[in-house]
Structures are given as C-alpha cells and as structure tokens.
Design a protein. Structure first.
Length: 88
C-alpha cells in the first residue's frame, strides 16, 4: 500500500513512514541489497580533482573565518582593556 502525496498518479510518498513500512515488508536482506545497489549505481561520486578543489575551498574558507574571528577577539580584547583602564 502506497500513500499518494503527489498530484501525479502512481508517484509514491517519500515520507519516512512509508520507508519504514517498506523496510518491515522487505526484510533486512532486501534492505541491504537495495542500499548497496543505490550506493554503487545511483550515487554520483566526485572525481579526484573535484575533491581536491572542494578541499582547498574549505581550507581557504576556514582560514578566512579563523582570521576574522581572531581579529574580532583581538579588537574586543583591546576595547575591554581600554574600558577597564578608564574605570580602574
């Protein structure tokens, strides 16, 4: 039994409850077979150069964010030292 949430006839639901029902009806072996098939044949894996480019992009972004946070920390520290210097 498939719930139809889509206006297109014959399109099944993608809700978690329908997936849980499918898992119960097909058993563990069928679930593992379908998971393996999907992992091997339907998943698009990045190429080595795409992976390297993404890694460099993440490292550069992390460095920029770290520098911004360090500058904010340093400036806040100097501002607080100035304020405490006026008070004490």
């Amino acid at each position: 039994m498939v719930e139809h949430w889509s206006p297109k006839p014959g399109v099944g639901s993608s809700s978690l409850s329908s997936r849980a029902i499918n898992f119960r009806t097909m058993g563990l072996k069928g679930y593992l077979q379908e998971s393996y098939t999907e992992l091997v044949h339907k998943v698009t894996w990045p190429t080595w150069s795409e992976l390297q480019n993404s890694t460099v992009l993440v490292m550069v972004a992390a460095l920029i964010i770290a520098l911004i946070v360090a500058a904010m920390d340093l400036s806040f520290s100097k501002i607080m030292e100035f304020i405490y210097g006026l008070l004490y």
